[in-house]
Design a protein around this ligand. Structure first.
Ligand SMILES: Cc1cc2nc3c(=O)[nH]c(=O)nc-3n(C[C@H](O)[C@H](O)[C@H](O)COP(=O)(O)OP(=O)(O)OC[C@H]3O[C@@H](n4cnc5c(N)ncnc54)[C@H](O)[C@@H]3O)c2cc1C
Length: 282
């Protein structure tokens, strides 16, 4: 298998962390392997398989859903997820191809190099708590993981906790890539809380525009107290696009990404408004 020298199957969480700590940067955890196998650098020669640690599956905890880190994306595509955390269902259903979704895991999506992934952006808008295991356990908001920093050293993502959708809330996701199985050129998600058509809270996340995702919350958008109208959605999309300085790369120019941001944010917001029960007058 490529340049890898050793493939170790960890039996426990503690063992996985201990091996990674001992071998250091020459090792990587492997879950679905969809990124590690094709893209790991030549310097990595030890893979630590974490799929036998019992970190797969979803469980219902009343107001929230817990998803184990090695849960395959295809396992997220079931009716309960669609009802309880629809935006994660929406994002998971458009990651790559069915083949990829049968292998790729939630943890791999959040820790991988194609940052920020579609699911990461959806989770940034709605909020989620990430359970990590290094020498100790810690729980961090998704923003700390994807915006503020990264996994430290040999930390392992073990679980993601997501609040269930409540009445009066809605979340939308939109992405655009060169083809349906491509990594997005721009992805965007919006989470909205409304009362009688008036905004109580809004958070928008945009990815694939720079090395870090951009998250804008209600006060920065002047959203609280406003009615959700098509004009508001257009203005917000323009405001987000104006506040981001997108990267240019071989896949898209900065100007093209800027125009995509406007369209993706407007689509995500429209989707969120519909889910929150907003009816547009026109
Ligand atoms: C052809 C193709 C198309 C794709 N299209 C999309 C797309 O449309 N949208 C999108 O968002 N992404 C896309 N991706 C990226 C895809 O989401 C990732 O490849 C996948 O999520 C990685 O998950 P995995 O389980 O295979 O991770 P792996 O390849 O096993 O690991 C990826 C990285 O994460 C680390 N890791 C894995 N699990 C954990 C954990 N629990 N804790 C800490 N570190 C961990 C590994 O050490 C490695 O560094 C695409 C990838 C490919 C190859």
């Amino acid at each position: 298998m490529k340049h890898f020298r050793q493939y170790l199957r960890a039996g426990t969480l503690a063992e996985a962390v201990a091996i990674r700590k001992e071998v250091g940067p020459k090792s990587l955890y492997i879950a679905g392997g969809t990124t590690v196998v094709p893209f790991a650098s030549k310097g990595v020669d030890v893979l630590i398989d974490i799929t036998g640690l019992g970190l797969d599956g979803t469980s219902d905890h009343g107001d929230l859903i817990s998803v184990g880190a090695t849960t395959r994306l295809s396992e997220l595509l079931h009716p309960d997820m669609r009802a309880d955390v629809p935006v994660i269902y929406k994002a998971a259903s458009v990651v790559g191809s069915p083949l990829l979704r049968n292998m790729a895991t939630l943890g791999g999506c959040l820790a991988g190099i194609f940052l920020p992934s579609d699911i990461g952006i959806a989770l940034l808008a709605t909020g989620a708590r990430i359970h990590l295991r290094g020498e100790e356990q810690r729980i961090v908001p998704i923003g700390d993981l994807l915006v503020e920093g990264w996994l430290s050293g040999y930390e392992l993502i073990t679980e993601v906790r997501i609040d269930k959708r409540r009445p009066g809330t809605g979340a939308g996701f939109a992405k655009f890539g060169r083809s349906t199985v491509d990594i997005s050129l721009v992805n965007a998600a919006a989470a909205l809380e409304v009362s009688k058509g008036t905004i109580e809270a809004l958070r928008i996340a945009v990815g694939q525009t720079g090395s870090k995702p951009v998250v804008l919350a209600g006060p920065a958008l002047g959203a609280e107290g406003r009615d959700v109208t098509r004009d508001f959605i257009r203005e917000s999309a323009e405001q987000v696009a104006a506040s981001v300085r997108p990267k240019a790369d071989s896949r898209a120019s900065a100007d093209y990404r800027k125009s995509l941001i406007k369209v993706m944010v407007a689509r995500a917001l429209t989707d969120a408004a519909a889910e929150a029960g907003v009816r547009f007058a026109d």
